[in-house]
Write a protein that binds this ligand. Structure first.
Ligand SMILES: Cc1cc2nc3c(=O)[nH]c(=O)nc-3n(C[C@H](O)[C@H](O)[C@H](O)COP(=O)(O)OP(=O)(O)OC[C@H]3O[C@@H](n4cnc5c(N)ncnc54)[C@H](O)[C@@H]3O)c2cc1C
Length: 441
């Protein structure tokens, strides 16, 4: 029989929401996950490029992502028995960071060194030998197609003197399936998931959250819980407004429209076998291999590109743009020699829930009992299992009386033993300079 009172309600059954549900359930809480879509992972998770890399600019970002890797590489044993359902597959691919002067790799390497995250420093000649289809000249800063004054479209002489390689990076073949795996494991362990059900109000009583009101297939219902977690993805801001906490957060998130494009690999290149993934501020794109000998390309938010913020995440332009397909193909063809750009565009449109510093917010709020795992800024898919663990540790600690605002919780990675300082991800963090941040976090 369905109860109308739970220990915790999780709004959103994306990969992170399902991860939070699984981890809270494993700690013995009776959880209810609510999603307005028909199944787990049908929101922005289903559009994720799902790259698993460790190249973050903060110590906690690197620690968290490398801890996350250990979950993905042994996914079936983390998830456990889920009957006939297949497990999401981790496809290993090397992740490259070009050594662009002043580039992102300079922020990353000190953390790799301090934590002992494996990497190779590959000189130019060796890189071109291993991946002969790459052009490692320095083209940047990236430019729009009509910027004829910019040297980006010219023939540069400077060349990168090498690349930093994470040999054990990769991507998840089916991001939606990974959310479904987490939800199925949570349900097996006692969690309840309700789909096609929309949270219409976040309720308060006695100065703290008291539950939610929903509109579902059987009409409206009020459900009680002392803990409610906002994992609403691009709708997170709307949910924070609903809870009345938006104004009390100095860091918040907004929905950002994003496009991802698919191009065939150049003729004669077996990109399925010898493909790489790259985070490339020099060309303003990231890319990875995509099954079928394709290259999947996303935008790396270079300064010349305008960001398309979305005020109402229920109505945004879902049509892939011709211009974006051409521009990103052209930019990628700077790095991958002879990349074909077909007449017929291919790709998808989705949204990130982005913060100004491109770091997520994993935190409590000023409303006691109301937590957020939001602002995942196009880079937190990989962290879903460890974010679930971190949120469960945070919620357990705060509900037991811990003052996270003044003494931030530090979570230990179960696999790596790395300390993950949740102060990095608080709603009121102070970041000295947001201006150079992007999807790479
Ligand atoms: C194009 C793209 C590429 C990306 N690439 C990468 C990558 O390469 N690597 C990486 O690590 N990360 C990447 N990400 C980021 C990653 O995919 C996201 O961080 C992650 O999927 C977010 O999961 P989530 O559970 O927080 O949100 P979502 O999957 O968006 O789930 C939120 C859910 O909340 C539900 N919801 C919202 N409001 C309500 C309501 N009122 N009532 C009920 N339900 C509600 C929605 O229906 C939705 O299902 C990418 C994201 C995008 C969009």
């Amino acid at each position: 029989m369905t109860t109308t009172s739970f220990d915790a309600i999780i709004i959103g059954a994306g990969v992170i929401g399902s991860g939070v549900a699984f981890e809270l359930t494993r700690r013995g809480l009776r959880t209810l996950s609510i999603d307005k879509l028909p199944a787990a992972g049908y929101g922005s998770t289903s559009s994720s490029s799902a790259i698993i890399r460790y190249t973050y600019s903060t110590a906690s970002g690197v620690a968290m992502s490398y801890e996350g890797y250990h979950y993905w590489k042994d996914w079936p044993s983390y998830i456990g028995d889920i009957g006939d359902q297949t497990y999401a597959e981790f496809i290993e691919k090397p992740m490259l960071l070009p050594k662009t002067p002043g580039g992102h790799y300079l922020k990353v390497l000190p953390h790799f060194e301090a934590l002992g995250v494996p990497y190779e420093d590959v000189p130019l000649d060796e890189a071109l030998n291993r991946w002969p289809y790459l052009d490692l000249r320095i083209f940047g800063p990236p430019a729009s197609l009509d910027d004829t004054n910019n040297t980006f479209w010219g023939e540069p002489e400077a060349v990168h003197d090498g690349v930093i390689v994470s040999p054990n990076a990769g991507y998840i073949s089916d991001p939606q399936l990974s959310a479904l795996n987490l939800a199925t494991a949570a349900i097996r362990d006692g969690a309840e998931f309700r789909y096609n059900t929309t949270v219409t109000s976040i309720n308060r009583a006695d100065g703290r959250v008291s539950g939610v009101t929903v509109e579902g297939p059987n009409g409206g219902e009020t459900i009680a819980a002392p803990v409610v977690v906002n994992v609403g993805g691009p709708h997170a801001r709307v949910l924070n407004e609903m809870a009345g906490v938006l104004d009390s957060m100095s860091r918040s998130s907004r929905a950002l429209r994003r496009e991802v494009y698919i191009y065939p690999a150049p003729s004669g290149v077996d990109y399925d076998t010898n493909g790489i993934m790259i985070g490339d501020t020099d060309t303003g794109v990231y890319f990875r291999s995509e099954r079928g000998n394709n290259v999947l390309v996303g935008n790396a938010e270079p300064e010349c590109d305008e960001l398309e913020w979305v005020d109402d995440p229920d109505t945004y332009n879902e049509v892939l743009s011709e211009d974006g397909f051409l521009l990103h193909g052209m930019r990628t063809s700077r790095r991958i020699t002879d990349l074909p750009i077909p007449q017929r565009k291919s790709g998808l449109v989705s949204m990130y829930d982005a913060t100004p510093d491109w770091l997520p917010i994993y935190d409590r709020t000023d409303l006691d009992g109301f937590y957020v795992a939001i602002g995942t800024s196009g880079n937190q898919f990989k962290n879903a299992p460890i974010a679930g663990h971190a949120m469960a540790e945070l919620i357990t600690a705060v509900e037991a009386g811990h003052d996270h605002d003044n003494d931030p919780v530090i979570v230990e990675g179960k696999h790596t033993g790395f300390p993950i300082d949740l102060a990095t991800f608080t709603r009121n963090r102070v970041v000295p300079d947001d201006t150079h941040m992007n999807v790479f976090g």
